[in-house]
Design a protein around this ligand. Structure first.
Ligand SMILES: Cc1cc2nc3c(=O)[nH]c(=O)nc-3n(C[C@H](O)[C@H](O)[C@H](O)COP(=O)(O)OP(=O)(O)OC[C@H]3O[C@@H](n4cnc5c(N)ncnc54)[C@H](O)[C@@H]3O)c2cc1C
Ligand SMILES: NC(=O)c1ccc[n+]([C@@H]2O[C@H](COP(=O)([O-])OP(=O)(O)OC[C@H]3O[C@@H](n4cnc5c(N)ncnc54)[C@H](O)[C@@H]3O)[C@@H](O)[C@H]2O)c1
Length: 477
């Protein structure tokens, strides 16, 4: 162990001040626990500076422009392209110029103690922190340690990749310039959103993937996004594998397995993320809830085999989304306080205050491409695996509200029904700006609203929400 300069004790220690760590620390302080939050980089985490916020800021102006182009009357007023520099500058402000003063102020006002530096566990309830200014610091937790360390990108095993500089999502979301040409590896959410954003900012983009584009999404929804990418001249290459990659003064050269060589100024690798568990000292603690790669927790976030360690957000590996991680954080924070106060014995209860039930049955997520895909709950396949008797209903989105919204609006919607219980258990909407439709479906699923009651939820005329009525009519209501 390195020489320890200082030492202090709190009720709780939270490692990682991303959106999830901030939320769990807030709940703990509100529950009366003195809480230390430790952050190695910027308070606010990946989401604020290199993920959700900057990526959505890169995407949004292109969507607004495309919408205006899709309407007779406003189309005629457009006489230029996106101003890439203005988009990048607006993005900078959404990433707070990569400074965390605003978040620091929030932490201080919330009554949370903060220490900067990289933290790891050296014993149960004992954390060592390499504070860049104060030196090595030791922090003890009287009650609990919460891991909220997020996730790290996974890098594919492409020969040559380790020897060259390449963009990950961090570089793509924070780049001060738009490359002339960009190769994107990965057909998931991050790769697809960023491929379209950069194409609209003026780059010539090819997106390559070993499987299909957005493979987990229903086919009609994937098809709409593929058509949207094609309109933006993104060259899609599905089902390819990579022989090697290199870089020289002309740029990046990517050789495919069939011998074809693609060249571009820059390459973005967006091939998924994995929980950030490796540098936390977990292996030495020999926890039954840690297998070397993954933590196993109960539905309140407590790591199996311990009574003092919790994991929330990306590091817990259940759902890698900000809003769901923050939901886990609220439940875990409240569960910790309730356990200490003797108000919670640890028994999971579906939809109970201390059980992360939505992680299993009602995770909403949006692919912020143009058109968007918004999905919540279970797919037909997943519901069938769960042994549910499924009824599925789907339709193109073609209602008065959608035709008014955009000329030639192309969309698709699907509901997945538990036929025995007569309730919705999954929904997907694909089309321009469907993200705001999603919460209606989330509420219907979480509320387990019977279809014959949902029949009385009348969508306003003329809105895109009228698709709800068409879907219920198709179900025979
Ligand atoms: C390009 C991209 C776009 C995305 N867009 C969206 C979106 O639109 N909507 C959405 O819901 N999700 C989105 N996500 C996912 C979202 O970013 C994550 O789910 C979210 O950031 C997870 O929050 P977290 O607090 O668990 O982890 P993080 O945000 O990763 O925060 C973890 C924090 O812990 C700190 N840390 C790690 N180890 C230590 C240590 N040992 N000591 C001290 N500090 C440590 C890190 O520095 C970091 O600040 C996106 C992801 C990517 C990559
Ligand atoms: N709008 C949003 O909510 C949003 C946006 C971006 C990212 N995210 C989250 O961030 C996380 C990371 O996003 P992502 O798109 O990188 O992950 P992902 O898991 O969605 O997609 C990964 C892609 O990389 C491919 N891939 C994986 N390993 C590969 C390999 N060895 N060689 C070639 N291809 C490989 C996969 O086939 C897939 O196409 C996801 O969990 C996602 O939920 C969310």
């Amino acid at each position: 162990m390195t020489e320890v300069r200082s030492e202090e004790t709190f009720d709780a220690i939270v490692i990682g001040a991303g959106p999830v760590g901030e939320n769990v620390a807030d709940r703990l302080v509100k529950g009366g626990l003195s809480t230390l939050l430790v952050e190695a980089e910027l308070i606010g985490g990946e989401c604020s500076y290199w993920a959700c916020m900057p990526s959505k800021a890169l995407i949004r102006p292109g969507v607004a422009l495309n919408n205006a182009r899709q309407l007779a009357g406003s189309r005629e007023a457009i006489n230029g392209q996106l101003d890439a520099q203005a988009v990048l500058e607006r993005r900078n402000s959404f990433a707070s110029n990569w400074k965390d003063d605003g978040q620091l102020e929030w932490v201080e006002n919330a009554g949370i103690s903060l220490r900067r530096g990289k933290a790891w566990l050296i014993a149960p309830r004992t954390v060592e922190i390499a504070d860049p200014e104060a030196g090595t610091h030791l922090a003890h937790a009287r009650q609990v340690v919460v891991l909220a360390t997020g996730s790290v990108p996974t890098t594919p095993d492409i020969p040559g990749l380790a020897e060259i500089s390449f963009w990950g999502t961090r570089e793509a979301t924070s780049s001060p310039r738009v490359p002339e040409s960009l190769l994107v590896i990965g057909g998931g959410v991050a790769g697809t959103e960023l491929a379209q954003a950069y194409a609209r900012l003026g780059a010539s983009v090819s997106q390559l993937m070993r499987g299909k584009l957005l493979a987990k999404m229903p086919e009609p929804a994937r098809k709409l996004v593929a058509e949207g990418l094609a309109k933006d001249s993104v060259k899609l290459r599905e089902g390819v594998s990579f022989r090697k990659v290199s870089r020289d003064s002309a740029g990046v050269h990517l050789e495919l397995d069939d011998g074809e060589i693609l060249q571009a100024e820059e390459i973005l690798v967006a091939t998924g993320r994995t929980p950030a568990v490796t540098e936390l000292g977990l292996a030495a603690l020999e926890l039954s809830g840690f297998d070397g790669r993954r933590l196993r927790t109960d539905q309140s976030g407590k790591v199996d085999g311990t009574d003092w360690l919790y994991a929330v957000g990306d590091v817990a590996g259940k759902v890698l989304l900000t809003h769901q991680g923050k939901y886990e954080a609220r439940i875990t924070g409240d569960a910790i306080v309730a356990r200490i106060n003797g108000d919670f014995d640890g028994t999971a209860k579906d939809w109970g205050k201390y059980t992360q039930t939505a992680d299993q049955y009602a995770v909403p997520s949006v692919v912020f491409t143009d058109p968007e895909i918004a999905t919540v709950g279970r797919t037909v396949e997943r519901a069938e695996q769960d042994g549910v008797k499924v009824t599925e209903v789907s339709l193109p989105i073609a209602v008065a509200g959608s035709s008014l919204y955009l000329d030639d609006y192309q969309g698709w919607a699907q509901l997945v029904i538990d036929a025995d219980r007569n309730v919705i258990i999954g929904a997907t909407f694909a089309g321009p700006d469907v993200a705001e439709l999603l919460h209606s479906a989330t509420i219907a699923i979480v509320g387990e609203v019977p279809l014959d009651r949902l029949w009385h939820a009348v969508p306003s005329y003329p809105t895109v929400s009228e698709i709800w009525l068409r879907l219920l009519e198709k179900l025979g209501l």
